[in-house]
Design a binder for this molecule. Structure first.
Ligand code: MGD
Ligand code: MGD
Ligand code: SF4
Ligand code: MO
Length: 755
């Protein structure tokens, strides 16, 4: 007799990229039978990319860790959670007791931004360790945009987002949403939204050294020299200012400071002066400047190709300078500030004014690189491990990060991680980074946890909120990710390996609540703690869900613990599995500002001070130099989804793209092998000739280089590729943010003759 498995359908948001697509997941018994786009999702309307359905494969992947691992005699072996925690206590407290708390380093990677537990508890274990040696993937990513936005608008979360659905004109630099699905611009079906722009008569111009998929679909492709964007943007801004057409618009005029300084500061950057260095001719620059100022609405959007370069912060600033002087700041069809349901830095504290933003609350030990957003640049991480002296990193804790493949000078990092006395990793795989860990603590799979996009609702082109229930229950002995992180905090505090995560959670929640009650801007300011506690306890929630519920209730749309009965809480979101739509973005200036002046700072001192360096860059052009840039592929996700066979099958993707003209010079042929060498390292990759790349530019994707000894990612190892970050140089940083230069790396390419 056969028992028909009970079939059920669950809706949840895909946690794999910033697009936050709604998924419809059909479950039969304890198996996922189908994943497709949720047609009723209020934001994504059924859109999904090829990665979305692979949550099933990730969940079922036999290589995904289900038990903690401990390294014994150089081999990782499965152990019980109890043994693992005892080892964490022994190792971590051992290093702390011998070398001090500053000798522990931390690195948190990209998936943390897509995961509520670490978003709420990473701060807790880091504080418990009590170290300043903190690192994250931010300094190989969006940090320059956050620093520039911090200076201009007051906080590192105050990023102005493209109002894609209502604009008439998009100038897009260094972004390829047809592959990436968008970043710092949460917009499910980004490609469809760009097609809609063109269908309504709008224009898309893409600036990229490669003719990317997005460039192919655009009205115009401008093949810029790598790192030429700040120059190009300065010249566009200069042209608009010189034309007399610059106008911030009546809607924000009273709230702008520094406008008068711009013309003088940008005077050297005429289109003619920067044409050679940027690779874009003066006539085109003048035309684009005219189109931007004449379009009814227009926006400039820059991403990875404009941030992970040596002028990353300057380019990010100039993007918003142009958005402002064309009258498109805080306007429908321009760039706007989201109002996220769970609140963030832009909704807290006094409205319209704040402490402002600065970097340099500390300096790294070896290189004296300034802190930014509470961390040091990953480019200094290896030297902090390898340079002896007080404060040297002797132990590392990594959570959802793979810095050995993701951050500069892979070979130096390899030595650095090799030299550690102790390492703990919270991760789902035994990979290039976690193989160095003495203990690996695996969280549950993506389908075994609930989900809310605390970060991306703050960078979204619509104000929406979705809560996802866990699809499957965890095994009895599998802790939730927040419990792992809370326990780590307890151990680091000295409470021992038996510390209960719930104790830490009480402490975290208690301090959140007391802050909310004290905060004059909070809707529960001044109410009695007992009253609120009672309402919280009635929900029977704990962990991240209790915190989220309280943040939603006290957020911009919240029910304020009864004071605003029409408002939302976690239950409202639970009742609406396709999401809650709060509508398109609304103007937020001046309320959103947190600068000390209460104004938009169009000409921050720190950025004006960098213009001399930018002026230097317009003179040094070595036209023959080969410059390496990266690229992304739709079926990939940084370094960690190459173990999903449906995503990696087909043509090998870790190839060196090169223009035929350069291939002749280097003596390499299509399909042949080439050795690529930079100041710091050298790799061999297969050459793929293409006309869709600017001559003197070569491109290799990042996140490959699998199959190293001691890892367990069987499918990834079969298609290992090479690590492009063996070539990126830890000495090359954007000095304003400390972000690593990942694009525009000088390299040489030579044929490899196989005997
Ligand atoms: N050359 C070059 N380098 C780059 C880039 C580039 O464009 N060019 N891009 C940079 C960018 S933008 C980024 S964001 C970084 C990414 O850098 P990282 O964040 O360091 O690397 P990821 O590849 O995202 O690795 C994520 C890790 O998290 C684990 N993981 C996945 N899901 C979970 C989970 O739910 N919980 C836990 N605990 N672990 C999980 C994976 O197994 C993997 O080990 O790479 C950067 N590096
Ligand atoms: N499929 C997939 N999606 C992803 C990811 C992934 O790995 N795979 N990663 C996610 C992450 S962590 C992030 S941060 C986002 C990134 O999102 P995007 O910024 O859209 O990322 P990319 O696709 O790398 O696009 C960057 C483009 O910049 C170009 N470029 C390189 N150098 C320069 C330059 O100097 N100037 C200009 N103008 N262009 C340049 C490259 O050729 C490339 O086409 O994507 C996210 N989404
Ligand atoms: S676009 Fe991003 S969020 Fe949407 S299905 Fe693909 S990976 Fe998931
Ligand atoms: Mo990223």
């Amino acid at each position: 007799m056969s028992i028909v498995d009970h079939e059920r359908v669950v809706y949840r948001t895909c946690p794999l990229c910033e697009a936050t697509c709604g998924l419809e997941i059909t479950v039969k018994g304890d198996k996922v039978s189908r994943i497709r786009g949720d047609r009723d999702d209020v934001f994504s309307h059924g859109f999904i990319c090829p990665k979305g359905s692979t949550l099933k494969q990730l969940h079922e992947d036999p290589d995904r860790l289900r038990k903690p691992l401990i390294k014994r005699n150089g081999e990782h072996v499965e152990v019980s959670w109890q043994e693992a925690w005892a080892e964490v206590e022994r190792g971590l407290m051992g290093v702390i007791n011998t070398h001090g708390r500053g000798s522990v380093g931390t690195y948190v990677g990209n998936p943390n931004a897509h995961n509520l537990a670490p978003l709420l508890y990473n701060r807790v274990w880091m504080q418990a360790i009590g170290t300043k040696q903190r690192f994250s993937a931010s300094s190989v990513d969006q940090l320059p945009k956050q620093v520039a936005s911090g200076y201009m608008f007051g906080t590192a979360s105050s990023v102005a987002i493209p109002d894609l659905d209502r604009t008439d004109y998009v100038l897009m630099l260094g972004a390829n949403p047809y592959a990436s699905n968008g970043s710092l611009c949460t917009a499910p079906d980004f490609p469809g939204r760009l097609e809609a722009l063109r269908a309504r008569g709008g224009k898309l111009v893409v600036v990229d050294p490669r003719r990317s998929r997005t460039a192919e679909e655009a009205d115009e492709w401008l093949a810029i020299r790598p790192n030429g964007d700040a120059l190009l943007l300065a010249a566009i801004a200069h042209t608009i200012l010189a034309s007399g057409k610059a106008d911030v618009g009546d809607h924000v005029r009273a709230h702008i400071a520094g406008f008068d300084q711009l013309s003088g500061a940008l005077a050297p950057f005429t289109p003619e002066a920067i044409a050679d260095a940027s690779g874009i001719d003066a006539k085109t620059i003048r035309r684009i400047a005219g189109e931007l100022s004449d379009a009814p609405t227009a926006l400039v959007y820059g991403r990875i190709g404009t941030t992970t370069v040596s002028f990353g912060t300057t380019a990010s600033w100039l993007v918003d300078v142009i958005n402002t002087i064309t009258g498109n700041l805080d306007k429908a069809g321009g760039v706007m500030f989201p109002l996220p349901a769970a609140g963030n830095q832009t909704t807290r504290g006094e409205s319209g004014r704040g402490k402002g933003f600065r970097i340099g609350h500390g300096y790294s030990r070896v290189r004296q690189s300034p802190e930014a957003i509470g961390e040091y640049p990953v480019s200094v991480m290896a030297e902090e491990m390898l340079t002896p002296g007080e404060g040297q990193i002797r132990a590392m804790v990594t959570v959802a990060g793979n810095p050995l493949l993701s951050t500069p000078n892979g070979e130096q990092l390899e030595k650095a991680f090799e030299s550690l006395e102790f390492m703990v990793a919270v991760d789902i795989y035994l990979n290039e980074t976690t193989r160095h860990a003495n203990v690996i603590l695996p969280p549950p799979s993506h389908l075994e946890r609930s989900h809310y996009d605390m970060v991306f609702t703050a960078f979204s082109i619509r104000n929406v909120a979705n809560f996802s229930e866990a699809v499957f229950e965890r095994d009895a002995d599998q802790p939730d990710e927040w419990q792992i992180l809370a326990k780590l905090a307890g151990i680091a505090q000295g409470a021992g390996a038996d510390v209960e995560p719930a104790v830490i959670d009480e402490y975290v929640f208690g301090s959140l609540l007391s802050n909310l009650l004290k905060d004059k801007s909070s809707p529960i300011h001044g109410r009695s703690e007992e009253e609120i506690r009672e309402l919280v306890d009635a929900t029977k929630l704990s962990g991240p869900e209790r915190i989220l519920d309280t943040l939603l209730r006290t957020g911009p749309y919240g029910e304020a613990f009864g004071a605003n009965p029409k408002g939302v809480n976690l239950q409202t979101l639970r009742d609406q599995p396709h999401g809650v739509d709060f509508g398109p973005l609304e103007p937020r200036i001046p309320e959103v500002l947190r600068t000390p002046s209460g104004k938009v700072e169009l000409a921050p001192t720190e950025l004006l001070a960098d213009l001399d360096r930018l002026e230097q860059a317009m003179h040094v052009v070595d036209a023959d130099e080969l410059l390496l840039v990266g690229r992304r592929h739709l079926r990939s996700n940084n370094s960690w989804m190459h173990n999903v066979s449906v995503l990696v099958k087909g043509k090998a993707r870790c190839t060196l793209q090169m223009h035929p003209e350069d291939a002749i010079r280097a003596g390499v042929v299509d399909g042949g092998s080439a050795r690529i060498t930079s100041r710091v390292g050298s790799v061999v990759a297969v050459v793929e000739l293409t006309n869709d790349i600017r001559p003197r530019v070569v491109s290799l994707p990042h996140g490959w280089g699998h199959g190293v000894r001691g890892t367990k990612m069987t499918i990834a190892a079969e298609r290992a590729g090479v690590n492009s970050n063996v070539l990126t140089d830890e000495d090359q940083m954007d000095p304003l943010s400390g972000t690593s230069v990942l694009n525009g790396i000088p390299v040489t390419v030579a044929a490899v003759i196989h005997s």
